[in-house]
Ligand binder design. Structure first.
Ligand code: WTA
Length: 651
């Protein structure tokens, strides 16, 4: 991946918002943004109080905006609300009631629309079913579903009951599902027989059955019928979703929960083998998701918004469900692959449904580029008015392609930087206000105070590389890691002793002379492959579980398409022989253990791994070797320098 430098240094143009866009925008002109951002930092109490009163439907008002005992924040203390009510009931009796909340298109082409009233009724029915299964406040519910409306219904039904959902991406393996269920002792699992992907069925129920052999906490399983192939239903445990919902009433009295009541846990990769259960709570998260959706996507009543992220990722949580639905937006949901049946599926759907906003990932954009301009050019795309990018740095070449081919030079692009942990968008253009520099996520959102610092926490100068930290709490920040507050402290707030209140993002960045942020990428042991976070330690522990493997090290290699590709270095046990067959076995093994998204692109057999004298694997060296670069930098701490040459020869 090309390292971003400042726009000026690259001779890139700055793109000002067009007069047409500005005329209709919610927020127009840089001065308006600057005024609000300055206020949000100068008088955070007043700012957030006003926003929370205006944007959240409260059952009981809060009496304190923020209680901050680093690293623990409590927002809107004393208030109570129901998050599902904020996403659904508030629209009933308004002109949104009969507007589509979800327009769903399955991969085979089936289309289903649910108005806000219909979605509300479904969620109420599901809430009754969950209640009858003994699910209540604080109980954990795992959701392992394809991108279908029932995924949204399941999440909102949990929120309605004060139950905590943990959505597991459908591409994860039985083992990964099992770990996540056991990590939070989920009582109920909601899954489907399968989902459609590239014309094939992804067998979710049979994968879930394998996980369920080792999940003692799960008492019941609700199964949505989507693909209709035969599946095993275990009596006394498994229940068909449709049958259960059929008899349930379509109204439901929602209870109120405190502002800090947990809303969901979302597992994400960290720098150890064990995924982290990021915990988000109710009011602050909802406000962050709602406010950012409204201003970043410049949402209007007649928008039809398409986010291609799966519900299993934070983007699906904040920018398919909570942020969009609390705004009463119409969300387009697509189940399948972008190249099924052909490479123009997205463009064809955008025209057919008249979609106005597209939010997708650089890795998808680069794939579209590779598939060829003709697939895009065949479609009008004249309904689009705004484009978004998320998940990894977007290289200027992909940015310009997206802008020209998809946006026809007319649509602003919002390159949004944020994380599972931040809950909502943190650094981003506001499309009617912010002049764009391709490749830069531009400026901080309201209330966000980022800084680029060196190892000792000193701010670095313009265009200097450093670590990205956030120096103040914000409403949608994670509250802890489920069951491991110590890890929460250590991972996010332990980086700078003198600043125990600084949140460490794990990303490298630089800031140019105009104050624009350029994100470089992860600087911890987390890889970003096609926008998916994968911990090197997770891959390594999967590999060493294989009987042929003695040691393993996983590193990222720059990749034109995926941002990074996954290269693993493996030393074998004495009895094992390095063959192409074993290489394939190991790739398949990792995919089976973690999920296809973690399948290594390259397996390199090595006689030994480079280590420090204290036995720590020197990943930095492996990264250079994987990239085919000469090994530079200090190797004096290395135990055996001859290993480098051996590794460079290895394949
Ligand atoms: C990366 C996804 C550059 C970053 C919302 C971050 C980005 C990680 C951008 C979080 C962007 C996300 N520009 N890098 N616009 N957006 N990232 O938790 O490294 O899946 O730390 O959240 O993705 O990934 P996560």
């Amino acid at each position: 991946m090309a390292r971003p430098t400042s726009a000026a240094a690259r001779g890139l143009r700055v793109l000002k918002p067009s007069a047409d866009f500005q005329r209709q925008a919610r927020l127009s002109g840089l001065a308006a943004y600057k005024r609000l951002h300055a206020e949000s930092l100068r008088a955070p109490d007043t700012f957030w109080r006003r926003m929370a009163e205006e944007h959240v439907v409260w059952r009981k008002p809060f009496h304190e905006v923020l209680r901050w005992k680093p690293p623990h924040a409590k927002w809107f203390v004393g208030g109570s609300l129901n998050v599902a009510e904020n996403c659904l009931d508030r629209h009933l009796g308004t002109n949104r009631e009969n507007q589509a909340a979800i327009i769903f298109e399955g991969e085979p082409g089936d289309v289903r629309t649910l108005t806000y009233r219909q979605l509300h009724a479904e969620v109420c029915r599901a809430a009754h079913v969950l209640e009858n299964l003994g699910v209540g406040k604080g109980d954990r519910v795992a959701i392992y579903l394809p991108m279908i409306p029932e995924a949204v219904v399941a999440m909102l039904a949990c929120a309605r009951l004060g139950a905590i959902h943990t959505v597991v991406f459908g591409g994860f393996s039985p083992d990964s599902l099992k770990d996540r269920i056991n990590g939070c002792h989920a009582k109920l699992l909601i899954t489907a027989d399968g989902g459609w992907r590239r014309g094939k069925i992804v067998e979710l129920k049979s994968a879930a059955d394998k996980a369920l052999e080792h999940t003692p906490s799960v008492q019941a399983v609700l199964v949505v019928k989507r693909t209709a192939q035969a599946v095993t239903m275990r009596s006394g445990r498994d229940i068909w979703w449709t049958e259960a919902l059929a008899g349930a009433p379509n109204s439901h009295r929602a209870k109120a929960f405190g502002s800090e009541h947990p809303l969901f846990i979302l597992y994400t990769s960290g720098s150890t083998g064990k995924p982290k259960g990021v915990l988000h709570t109710s009011a602050g998260y909802l406000l962050g998701a709602k406010l950012s959706s409204r201003y970043v996507f410049d949402l209007k009543d007649n928008d039809r918004y398409f986010c291609s992220a799966d519900i299993g990722w934070i983007t699906g949580h904040s920018y398919v469900v909570y942020g969009l639905m609390s705004n009463g937006a119409t969300v387009f949901l697509y189940e399948g692959a972008p190249n099924q049946p052909g490479p123009d599926r997205f463009w064809e759907m955008i025209d057919r449904h008249g979609l106005t906003i597209l939010y997708t990932a650089p890795t998808a954009i680069r794939a579209f580029m590779r598939w060829g301009d003709e697939h895009v050019l065949r479609h009008r795309l004249d309904s689009l008015r705004l484009l978004g990018s998320v998940g990894e740095p977007i290289n200027p070449e992909a940015w310009h392609w997206y802008h020209r081919l998809v946006g026809k030079g007319r649509c602003p692009i919002v390159d949004t930087w944020w994380q599972t942990e931040t809950g909502s968008i943190m650094i981003t253009p506001l499309p009617g206000a912010t002049p764009l520099k391709p490749g830069s996520a531009t400026l901080p959102f309201f209330g966000v105070a980022p800084r680029v610092v060196d190892e000792r926490g000193r701010e670095v100068g313009p265009d200097q590389d450093g670590k990205l930290v956030i120096t103040r709490p914000w409403p949608s920040m994670l509250r802890t890691l489920w069951g491991d507050d110590e890890r929460y402290r250590r991972t996010y707030f332990g980086e700078y002793g003198e600043h125990p209140d600084w949140y460490f993002t794990g990303d490298g960045a630089r800031r140019d002379k105009d104050g624009y942020f350029w994100i470089i990428g992860r600087i911890d042991d987390v890889l970003n492959i096609s926008g998916h976070r994968i911990g090197t330690a997770e891959v390594e522990s999967a590999l060493v579980a294989h009987p042929a493997v003695a040691e393993a090290a996983a590193v990222g290699k720059p990749d034109d398409l995926k941002g990074q590709s996954l290269v693993v270095f493996v030393t074998l046990k004495q009895a094992a022989v390095a063959t192409d067959e074993l290489r394939e076995q190991l790739r398949a093994h990792v995919a089976r253990e973690i999920g296809a998204l973690a399948r290594p692109d390259q397996v390199r057999f090595a006689p030994a791994l480079p280590k420090t004298r204290s036995g720590k694997i020197m990943r930095r060296i492996l990264k250079d070797i994987a990239a085919g670069k000469p090994v530079v930098g200090d190797v004096t701490t290395m135990e055996d320098v001859t290993v480098i040459a051996a590794l460079q020869d290895a394949c």
